[in-house]
Ligand binder design. Structure first.
Ligand code: 4AZ
Length: 272
């Protein structure tokens, strides 16, 4: 599919989707069974990964998880704007009676870590759901997380952004491309790809166009390892720095259709 769904990452991560119905245009990743390659991840090794949760809207089976997020300051979580939109939430974020961030917990069936209420949401006013450009927003937490949970955000020119750099994407999203959501945190090793790889895959025309100024291209050149639905909003990390947020792509894990991430080095740091 050519548009983002508010879902989580999965495991091949097939990472992605939570809230929105599958898009008609999206080639089901399951069709070629390529969403593989993820592995269990320990939250203690990646304390900056959080789950966005509303049991009221998404049900309690998976603790209400519907997207990922990243701790960028003790009370600030960066996530995808499309996770906070009406399509995902059925209304405005502040209308959710129980919007929380779950930190320090790997298993959505578990009790560890903390659940913290979201006190405020800010959605990038330049986010455009037709172009997927500027897909980020910031949550303000009611209580502070430990400073040790915070990850540094890559600045423009950081070598972590160079094509060929190994990167890890994290989430609780779809591990198969067919709606098999993870119960425990997973990660998948991908690499930063040249903008040209995503410009080729997503030239625009009938679908959404890739834009290298606000988006980052990453994937597995051989296919198989990728984010998927439910992983949206979660982190892509290279050299210990946050370089991207899971945003969109066509299917999951297809070599010819890399994952598209929000380029966080283009987010003004004063936003968080
Ligand atoms: C989604 O639907 C989604 N393979 C997220 C990431 C990717 C595809 C779809 C990238 O949220």
């Amino acid at each position: 599919m050519r548009r983002p769904l508010a879902r989580a990452l999965t495991g091949a991560l097939g990472l992605i989707a939570a809230a929105a119905p599958p898009l008609a245009a999206a080639a089901p990743a399951a069709a070629d069974s390529v969403v593989v390659g993820g592995q269990p991840a320990r939250i203690t090794d990646a304390p900056w990964v959080v789950a966005l949760s509303s049991r009221d809207r998404f049900g309690g089976t998976r603790a209400g998880q519907f997207c990922g997020g990243v701790v960028v300051a003790p009370t600030k979580v960066l996530t995808a704007a499309h996770c906070l939109g009406r399509e995902a939430l059925g209304g405005e974020p502040w209308q959710l009676p129980d919007f929380k961030v779950i930190a320090g917990r790997s298993s959505l069936r578990g009790q560890g870590g903390q659940e913290i209420r979201v006190a405020g949401t800010w959605v990038n006013p330049d986010y455009d759901s037709r172009t997927n450009s500027g897909d980020f927003g910031v949550l303000t937490l009611e209580e502070a997380l430990p400073a040790s949970y915070v990850i540094a955000v890559a600045a423009p020119g950081d070598p972590a952004l160079d094509p060929g750099t190994a990167a890890d994407v994290y989430g609780w999203g779809d591990t198969t491309g067919s709606g098999t959501y993870a119960m425990s945190l997973r990660s998948a090793r991908v690499q930063v790809l040249p903008d040209a790889a995503c410009e080729r895959a997503y030239p625009g025309g009938t679908g959404v166009a890739y834009r290298g100024d606000t988006m980052l291209c990453a994937g597995d050149p051989e296919g198989g390892r990728d984010a998927c639905q439910g992983d949206s909003g979660g982190p892509l990390v290279a050299r210990g720095r946050l370089i991207g947020l899971v945003s969109w792509g066509s299917g999951c894990g297809q070599a010819e259709n890399p994952g598209v991430y929000t380029r966080v080095s283009a987010v003004p740091p004063q936003r968080f």
